[in-house]
Ligand binder design. Structure first.
Ligand code: ALA
Length: 408
C-alpha cells in the first residue's frame, strides 16, 4: 500500500458512489493535511496584512511570508531571497517576464525561440511581445517521441534570438526537454532563458544554479500547495534592470506627485496585498516534498508510468502520443485517444466510475495541430497514485467503446 495516501484526505472521497481515482495531477495536485493545517492555522491565529502593520499579528504574517520566500530560495538553489518573487501562478510569472523584460529589452528584428509544444501561458505572452515589438516567434518542432532534437536547437536558436522560452516538461506529452543543451546554445548566442517548471517541479529537484537558467516560473497548486500562489525566479542582475510589472502599494521607495522611486526586488514586483496564506501553504508543501524526497517520488512515478503505458498499449484502439514505448526519460503525463470516441466522452464515461482525467486541448492548441488532433485524453500521475488506480482506470477505459455501441 502507498504510505502517502493517508496524508491526502480527498483521496477517500466517493464520486458517483465509487472511490475517487484522481489522475489529473498535471492540472492540479491534491493537498496533504500538513498544508491544509498550515493555511488554516494562519487564518485562525495570525491573519494580518504583511509589511504594513506595526503590531504583533502583522509582524508574524510578514515573518511567515518572508520565511516562505526563503524556503523557496533554498528549494530551487537561488542565490538570494530577492531573486524569488511571489506571483499568483506560473502564468502571471511568465507574463511578468514578457512585460518587464520582453517589452523593454527586445527590438524589431529580434527573435524569440520556443517549442511548439508550449502551454498557452508560455506562448500567448510572447505573441503579445512579438506584436508590440515586431519580434518573430521561431518554433522548435519535436520529433516523433515529442523530443526537441539537437538539429532543432542548432537551427532555431540563432544570433537573432534574444529569448528562449520553454517548458521543462510538456503538459501534454510528459516529455522532458533537454534543458542543458538549450540553455548552453541560448547563452552562446546571448539569449536569456525562460524555463517553465510548472510540470516539472512536482517531479524533479530543480536547481537554478546548476541549470544556469535566467528565469523560471512555477505554480504552487501543481506541487501540493494551494491555488493562487506561484513563483518567478530571476537572476539578480536581470531583475535589477527590469521595470515593475504592476504598480501600486508596497512596491515603492517613495512616491511624488508626478513619479515614483521603486523598491528593489522582490518588493518592486509585488504590488498590493500578497497571498500570505498561499505562501505559507507553499512553504509547508516544500517541506512535505522534501520529506518524501525526489528520489522516492521518481521511483514511484516511473513504475506507475511504465505500468500505465504497458496497460494502455494492450487496449485495442488506443493511440498514445509522444514517447509511448517509454524509451526516453519522461514524466507520468500520458496523452492518448480512443479510436472514434471524442476525449470528452471518454472523460465523462470514466467519471461515472469516479475516475478524474483531463480531456481537451490542454491549453496547447499549436501542439494539437502539430499532432493532427483537436483534443486528447490525458492521465497524469503523482506519487500518491497506485497501481490499483491504474487498474481501475484501464478496466473502465476498456468498457468505453462498448458503452457507446461499438462491437469491439
Ligand atoms: N496547465 C494545467 C494542465 O495542463 C491546467 O492541465
Amino acid at each position: 500500500m502507498n504510505p502517502y495516501r493517508d496524508d491526502f484526505p480527498i483521496l477517500n472521497e466517493q464520486i458517483n458512489g465509487k472511490n475517487l481515482v484522481y489522475l489529473d495531477n498535471a492540472a492540479t495536485t491534491q493537498k496533504p493535511v500538513s498544508v491544509l493545517q498550515a493555511v488554516d492555522e494562519y487564518y485562525h491565529t495570525f491573519n494580518a496584512n504583511p509589511r504594513r502593520g506595526l503590531y504583533q499579528l502583522s509582524v508574524r504574517a510578514t515573518e511567515a511570508y518572508e520565511n516562505a520566500r526563503h524556503a523557496v530560495k533554498e528549494f530551487i538553489g537561488a542565490q538570494e531571497d530577492g531573486e524569488v518573487i511571489f506571483t499568483r501562478n506560473a502564468t502571471e510569472a511568465l507574463n511578468l517576464i514578457a512585460y518587464s523584460y520582453g517589452l523593454p529589452f527586445l527590438q524589431e528584428g529580434d527573435e524569440i525561440a520556443l517549442p511548439v509544444s508550449e502551454h498557452h501561458s508560455n506562448l500567448v505572452p510572447w505573441q503579445m511581445v512579438a506584436r508590440a515589438k515586431g519580434v518573430k516567434l521561431n518554433f522548435l518542432y519535436p520529433d516523433e517521441f515529442g523530443c526537441i532534437t539537437d538539429a532543432e536547437i542548432e537551427s532555431k536558436i540563432t544570433s537573432k534570438t534574444k529569448i528562449v522560452a520553454f517548458a521543462h516538461v510538456s503538459n501534454v506529452l510528459g516529455t522532458v526537454n533537454p534543458v542543458e543543451k538549450i540553455v548552453q546554445k541560448a547563452h552562446r548566442v546571448g539569449a536569456v532563458t525562460v524555463l517553465d517548471c510548472a510540470q516539472s517541479i512536482p517531479h524533479y529537484s530543480i536547481n537554478v544554479k546548476s541549470l544556469d537558467v535566467d528565469f523560471i516560473a512555477f505554480s504552487g497548486h501543481k506541487m501540493l500547495a494551494p491555488m493562487g500562489i506561484g513563483v518567478l525566479y530571476g537572476k539578480r542582475e536581470l531583475l535589477g534592470k527590469m521595470p515593475p510589472f504592476l504598480m501600486g502599494g508596497e512596491m515603492i521607495e517613495y512616491v511624488y506627485e508626478q513619479n515614483s522611486i521603486f523598491a528593489p526586488s522582490p518588493q518592486k514586483f509585488e504590488a498590493g496585498t500578497q497571498n500570505v496564506g498561499g505562501a505559507i501553504g507553499l512553504d509547508r508543501a516544500i517541506r512535505y516534498l522534501n520529506q518524501v524526497g525526489y528520489e522516492t517520488i521518481g521511483k514511484i512515478e516511473s513504475e506507475l508510468t511504465a505500468y500505465a503505458l504497458k496497460g494502455l498499449g494492450e487496449i485495442p484502439h488506443v493511440a498514445v502520443y509522444g514517447n509511448a514505448s517509454n524509451t526516453q526519460e519522461r514524466c507520468g503525463v500520458i496523452s492518448f485517444n480512443l479510436k472514434e470516441v471524442h476525449p470528452h466522452d471518454v472523460s465523462s464515461i470514466l467519471d461515472l466510475d469516479g475516475i478524474a482525467i483531463r480531456a481537451g486541448h490542454h491549453c496547447a492548441q499549436p501542439l494539437m495541430k502539430y499532432l493532427g488532433v483537436s483534443a486528447t485524453c490525458r492521465i497524469s500521475l503523482s506519487f500518491y497514485n497506485t497501481k490499483e488506480d491504474i487498474d481501475i482506470f484501464l478496466t473502465s477505459l476498456k468498457k468505453v467503446r462498448g458503452w457507446l455501441g461499438y462491437e469491439d
